[in-house]
Design a protein around this ligand. Structure first.
Ligand SMILES: Nc1ncnc2c1ncn2[C@@H]1O[C@H](COP(=O)(O)OP(=O)(O)OP(=O)(O)O)[C@@H](O)[C@H]1O
Length: 659
């Protein structure tokens, strides 16, 4: 019959019955709890069974009801005959529902076999095992089950089971294991972990911290344990450094002992829980090795950079040296190409006269030294030829002698000719050029016609002679050279000094070893030799057969005063050879000079004096004093003769040169 057909009376009756049954049950429960009931009749599959609840067991029942473990008595088919509230709580069911239900409802299928084995063992005595209890749905609770037989004749139960809920214990165990693992990880990590309270006192620190200090820094204030500094040397103080912000990878240094310095990257964060900020977690990563490596890499890098710089500089210097050498070689080549022809003519110095021999003797004397030589004499007398002879007899002969004609170039160009110039040194200087002084480095520089050198350049020249150094035009860079100077002039330099056209100091520097080449008119005996040599040279050159020289012609040549000296003689012979129609050489033109100063009889007093002294000295074999000495023959005092000789530059052949 459906409920909707029940009458109100029927429903009231049912409610009455239920209420009275509930009251009855409550009364029974109260009586059981109060120890007033001796036994209970329970319906089981095997029929009604009586449970004795004698007054003597009452304390145990109270204990069972109040204990923290679940207590269960099971029938042989697994029906729960009795359980306490705690077991119902563990499996999360109401006590009423659990009572009389099957225990297998609360055993997970995977643990069923284990449970059965446990019961079996329990029947023989007692057994214990951990398994998972089904607590509703998919949820399980770990529990320790202790099973033992219940040997009570009045009782239908087979086993008694005590259930300990391991949920909390397992959770604690897990947490402990987790913490242990975390501690282990933290201790093994190279990083330093420090937990401070909000006042900066160290509460926990990883093992690495203790190994850094040799002891644990626990309970010290962080800043007192770690005297940290920023890389710039400023002290690092934890709390102000944080001041409301998180610190992330701040570089700090830690001075430990006298020599050790550690570098760390420090990060610090407040530890916030539901209770608020409970502390500060500091993590420090040791970057000492990395820093050292970086420093050493930086040092290596700097060293390498310096080496590269040095090498580059060396290379630049080498390149500039190569360039200078190249320029010098080029300049030398240009110069030599230009000079080559001339040198052929200078190969042989013609002349047998005493005065020429004396000149050659003087040249021979001074050649091996580095002394500056001043060659004096009229134009065309062969001064440059003598300069070459000196160079060719000197240790510098392997390198070519370089000549600069001081009269050939205007003053502004002679300077760059002598000292060189940098590109852009002056308007029109569109290339770099090295000067004759540089080209002549290690060799001889012949300053031809030095008397023509402008005064302002004379000072510069003096500096080079004195210090062997100079600067190219437009360059601040000083160049050192080793140059031997041979200067020539047809001017009377002493007179030039008096007229303010020549520097006295330069003259003294040049006049270390003067050699005067006598004019041709003073060594007429050399003329025939020269005439023959020049005739032969030019007739060969011009392909002519000239076998002799007309007597009159030779006489005219010897009588002529030769203002242009050997140069003039050479060109007159060249012209005569060109014009000569037959084998006998005649002069093409009559030899005439416009200036009376050069008549064959006109000679300077000095020239006459020098010749006379030389002649007498050679006759007396350079004996000055005594009855047959040169001074007595000349009728002057020996000291006067010596003074005159000095003045005229006459030096005894045996005498060593001044330097
Ligand atoms: N003794 C000599 N033997 C052969 N040739 C000579 C002699 N002296 C001079 N000459 C010739 O005379 C010419 C002029 O010589 P050199 O240039 O040396 O004279 P210089 O005195 O330097 O002249 P300047 O003062 O004009 O420069 C050259 O061609 C040279 O060959």
């Amino acid at each position: 019959m459906s409920k909707s057909y029940r009458t109100r009376q029927q429903l009231l009756d049912e409610l009455q019955e239920l209420t009275s049954r509930m009251m009855e049950a409550e009364e029974t429960l109260r009586a059981i709890r109060g120890g007033e009931v001796d036994g209970l009749v329970v319906s089981t599959a095997e029929g009604e069974r009586v449970f004795t609840l004698s007054g003597a067991e009452h304390p145990y029942r109270v204990m069972v009801e109040t204990m923290n473990e679940g207590a269960v008595t099971l029938a042989s088919d697994g029906t729960i005959l009795f359980c306490n509230q705690r077991f119902a709580d563990i499996v999360q069911r109401s006590l009423g529902k659990v009572m009389g239900s099957s225990i297998y409802q609360y055993i997970s299928s995977t643990d069923r076999q284990l449970f059965e084995a446990l019961v079996e063992r329990g029947l023989k005595g007692n057994s214990k095992a951990e398994l998972a209890l089904q607590t509703g749905g998919e949820n399980t609770a770990p529990a320790l089950l202790s099973i033992s037989t219940l040997q009570h004749t009045d009782m239908p139960a087979v086993v008694c089971m005590v259930v300990t809920d391991l949920t909390e214990q397992k959770r604690n165990e897990e947490m402990l294991a987790e913490e242990k693992l975390t501690t282990q990880i933290l201790n093994q990590a190279a990083e330093i972990f420090v937990l401070c309270d909000p006042q900066g006192r160290i509460l926990r620190a990883s093992q690495s911290t203790s190994s850094l200090f040799g002891r644990s820094p626990l309970f010290q204030v962080f800043d007192e344990a770690f005297h940290l500094l920023y890389p710039d040397g400023m002290p690092f103080i934890l709390l102000p450094a944080m001041s409301g912000k998180f610190l992330h990878a701040v570089e700090v240094n830690f001075k430990h002992g006298d020599n050790e310095t550690y570098s760390f990257l420090l990060s610090a964060n407040p530890l916030i829980t539901h209770k608020g900020a409970i502390g500060i977690v500091v993590v420090m990563v040791d970057i000492t090795e990395r820093r050292k490596m970086e420093d050493s890499r930086q040092k290596d890098h700097d060293k390498l950079e310096q080496q590269v710089e040095e090498r580059t500089l060396e290379l630049r210097t080498a390149l500039s040296e190569i360039k200078t050498l190249k320029d010098r070689l080029e300049a030398e080549n240009i110069y030599l190409r230009h000079e080559n022809k001339r040198r052929h003519h200078f190969a042989q110095i013609l002349g047998q006269s005493d005065s020429l021999k004396y000149v050659l003797y003087r040249a021979e004397q001074v050649a091996p030294t580095n002394a500056t030589v001043l060659i004096l004499g009229e134009t065309g007398t062969g001064k440059e030829l003598i300069a070459f002879a000196i160079h060719d007899m000197s240790p510098r002969k392997e390198r070519p002698m370089i000549t600069v004609n001081c009269a050939a170039l205007p003053g502004n160009l002679i300077e760059s000719e002598l000292f060189g110039r940098e590109k852009g040194a002056f308007t029109g200087a569109d290339t770099r050029r090295i000067g004759r002084f540089e080209v002549a480095n290690g060799s001889t520089l012949c300053l031809d016609e030095i008397g023509e050198l402008p005064l302002e350049l004379q000072a510069k020249l003096l500096r080079v002679i004195q210090h062997n150094e100079f600067e190219r035009l437009g360059s601040p860079h000083t160049i050192k050279v080793d140059v031997r100077i041979v200067a020539t002039t047809n001017r009377n330099l002493e007179e030039e000094i008096r007229n303010g056209r020549f520097r006295q100091d330069l003259y003294y520097r040049l006049n270390v070893f003067p050699i005067t080449v006598p004019p041709l008119r003073q060594r007429k005996e050399d003329i025939p030799l020269m005439v023959h040599a020049f005739v032969e040279r030019y007739s060969r050159k011009l392909g002519k057969q000239i076998t002799s020289i007309q007597k009159e012609a030779m006489k005219a040549l010897q009588d002529y005063p030769w203002p242009g000296n050997v140069r003039e003689l050479e060109s007159i012979i060249e012209r005569a050879v060109i014009l000569c129609p037959g084998p006998v050489l005649q002069l093409a033109d009559k030899l005439e000079i416009s200036s009376p100063a050069f008549s064959s009889t006109v000679r300077t007093l000095e020239e006459t004096e020098r010749d006379q002294i030389l002649k007498i000295l050679s006759e007396t074999r350079w004996r000055i004093e005594g009855k047959n000495g040169a001074a007595a023959i000349l009728g002057i005092h020996p000291s006067t003769l010596r003074a005159r000789m000095h003045k005229l530059g006459i030096v005894r052949p045996e005498t060593k040169e001044p330097n």
